[in-house]
Structures are given as structure tokens and as C-alpha cells.
Design a protein around this ligand. Structure first.
Ligand code: SD4
Length: 336
């Protein structure tokens, strides 16, 4: 080995050692998330909005000793199949060209993840995302490639527009006005987080995105770290609302990292929304809701405007939990 090469190797070696030392000490100093003295609340499942049937399905899987990954996949599939939910799966509202394009992602306890974006003609994007995770060396498949992969995996082609969404789209064409209206209804994108009997965490998120979006637009929901993030040592987080704002702060990853630093799920969600509002001072024309769970099964949620809630199913029961909000009513300014 010549001298230059030796120097390079040895300095890389010591840099590596130094990095390892820093990382080790960082972990010790910052990983304050796990309180081993507490008995974990498990199994448990939470999901965005009042999706009673979806959380009940996930609970059924968990209660039958199923794992968290199966629970979240089976759970969100309920909403993907429900045509009365016009923001997820079949029956989701189309883009401005009249095409229904779906986004979804899934993440497991080992940090494995899969995602599909801009997927058309397939009713269960979450299951395609799981196949991407399990059957390919990739994480994200998009558009035509994702659709072709789905057919190869045995998924069937389906018309995702319904009579209702077709009629609404025709009506929308009369003005073609695109607005990201504040959503205060109790149904929307579904993000789900579960802890199974082994204490392992998984998450899933699925949506048809913003109605009448520009063709090709992809939101936060299928972006790992934005619409969903799971770290089995710490917890998980998911988001609903205007995806562009969630992506700009890498919202779900941020919330999990805040929990790693010792914040409760509630504090972490509040901090996540406040970060977004700092970049959007005074802006009131959008909604975002964050939902989080930590390794102990404690949960929290926070949103920009009143109206967001989450479903929780754990050994103590099944409830719809209203979320506190940054604006206390739609007329209010900053409350902190
Ligand atoms: C998106 N976050 O595509 C999704 C939409 C949504 O409530 O959650 N709407 O930006």
C-alpha cells in the first residue's frame, strides 16, 4: 500500500471510529423515548378520523394474535373498499383530468417499507405497496410501472370512479376551480398505526389524494417519513391533510424523532403542527392532522383546525378521540 493510500485509509478508519463513538454517545444522550418501567398498552390500533370499521378490522387481527403489519394492511383495506369514502381507494375523487390516482405506503417493525404513487385502476394500493416491500428490492413504484407490477402480482383491473364521483367531477368541470378546502368532515385519508402482542409496531397510509389535483401530483401519504413513519424502538406517526405542507417538514419522521428525544406523542404532534404553522404564519386555508403512538402504546394527536379526530382500539375499548387544534375555531389566530 502506498503512503497516500495508507493515510487515506487510516484517516477514514479514525473518522469511522469517531463517527461510531459520536453515534453511540448520541444514542445514549438522545434516546429518551423508552420508559421500561411502564407496562406497555398493547395490543392497540389507532387510525386517523373516525374510521370505526377499519380499526375494528385491525383489532380483530391483533386480538387473534395477528401481527401489526397484517393488522394495518387489513384495517386500511376496509376504507379502500368503501365506495362511500371519497378520499381513499375505489370511489376516491379523481384528478382534474378525471382519473383516480392512488397513493399508499406501508412500513414494518424492521424499517422495511413499500410504496405506490399515482397508481390507477387498482382498488387496493396498500396491498400493492406491501408487495413492493416484500417482492422487490425497491421501495417506491410509480404510475404505469406500479400498475403493471400489480397485474403481475395478480391484482385485477377495476374502474375506480363511481356514479357519485363521476357526477361530482362533471359538476366540478363547470368551474374547474382547484382549492385545498379545509376538511372538517369525519372521513378522509386513512393513516393507521398498530402495536401487536409482541410489542412490534407497523403502519399504513392510503389515499386518493387531493380531489381535482393536477395530473401527476403525489402527496405526502405514500412518502415514507412524510405521511407515515415507524421506528420500532420509539413509535410511529402518520398524517392527514394538505400533503405539500407535511412533506415540507417531513412531518411523520419529525414526530417520531421528537418522541425519541423524550416528547410524549401529544407533545410531538403539537410541535409538528407548530413547525408547519411557523412556515405558514397567519395562513388558515388548510388542514393537517398528525397522529402518533409511542412504544408504550401512549397516543396523541394535533391538528391545525378543529374537526380532526382519531379512532383508538385497545384492551380498554373502542373510542373516537377528538384532537385539539392550533386554531381553536376557524376564526381564531394563533393559540400556543
Ligand atoms: C394528500 N394527505 O394527498 C393527502 C390528502 C389528505 O386529508 O390527507 N387529505 O395530500
Amino acid at each position: 500500500m502506498n503512503r497516500r493510500k495508507f493515510l487515506r485509509n487510516s484517516s477514514l478508519g479514525s473518522a469511522g471510529l469517531a463517527t461510531a463513538t459520536v453515534l453511540t454517545s448520541c444514542k445514549n444522550e438522545t434516546d429518551k423515548s423508552i420508559d421500561n418501567t411502564k407496562e406497555a398498552n398493547k395490543p392497540i390500533v389507532v387510525c386517523t378520523w373516525d374510521f370505526k370499521n377499519a380499526s375494528a378490522k385491525a383489532w380483530e387481527v391483533l386480538n387473534g394474535d395477528g401481527n401489526a403489519l397484517d393488522a394495518v394492511e387489513q384495517g386500511v383495506r376496509i376504507e379502500e373498499a368503501d365506495v362511500s369514502n371519497e378520499t381513499v381507494g375505489k370511489g376516491g375523487r379523481p384528478d382534474r383530468d378525471g382519473n383516480v390516482t392512488l397513493d399508499a405506503c406501508i412500513m414494518d417493525k424492521d424499517g422495511n417499507c413499500g410504496s405506490v404513487v399515482y397508481l390507477q385502476n387498482i382498488a387496493h394500493p396498500i396491498s400493492v405497496a406491501r408487495r413492493v416491500m416484500e417482492e422487490t428490492p425497491h421501495i417506491i413504484l410509480a404510475g404505469k410501472g406500479a400498475e403493471q407490477f400489480a397485474y403481475e402480482q395478480g391484482f385485477k383491473k377495476e374502474d375506480l370512479l363511481t356514479e357519485s364521483t363521476r357526477a361530482q367531477y362533471k359538476e366540478w368541470l363547470k368551474t374547474s376551480k382547484y382549492e385545498t378546502t379545509i376538511n372538517i368532515e369525519n372521513h378522509d385519508t386513512i393513516g393507521m398505526l398498530a402495536i401487536d402482542g409482541n410489542g412490534d409496531i407497523a403502519g399504513a397510509c392510503t389515499t386518493s389524494g387531493m380531489a381535482y389535483k393536477v395530473a401527476g401530483r403525489v402527496g405526502d401519504s405514500p412518502i415514507i417519513g412524510a405521511g407515515l413513519y415507524v421506528d420500532n424502538e420509539v413509535g410511529g406517526a402518520t398524517a392527514t391533510g394538505v400533503g405539500e405542507e407535511v412533506i415540507r417538514t417531513v412531518g411523520s419522521f419529525l414526530i417520531v424523532e421528537l418522541m425519541r428525544q423524550g416528547k410524549t406523542p401529544q407533545e410531538a404532534c403539537e410541535e409538528g403542527v407548530k413547525r408547519i404553522m411557523k412556515k405558514n404564519e397567519g395562513r388558515k386555508d388548510f388542514q393537517i392532522g398528525f397522529l402518533a403512538i409511542n412504544k408504550n402504546g401512549e397516543t396523541g394527536a394535533y391538528c391545525v383546525h378543529p374537526g380532526f379526530s382519531y379512532r383508538k382500539y385497545d384492551p380498554t375499548g373502542h373510542e373516537n378521540v377528538p384532537s385539539n387544534s392550533f386554531y381553536k375555531n376557524t376564526e381564531d389566530h394563533i393559540i400556543s
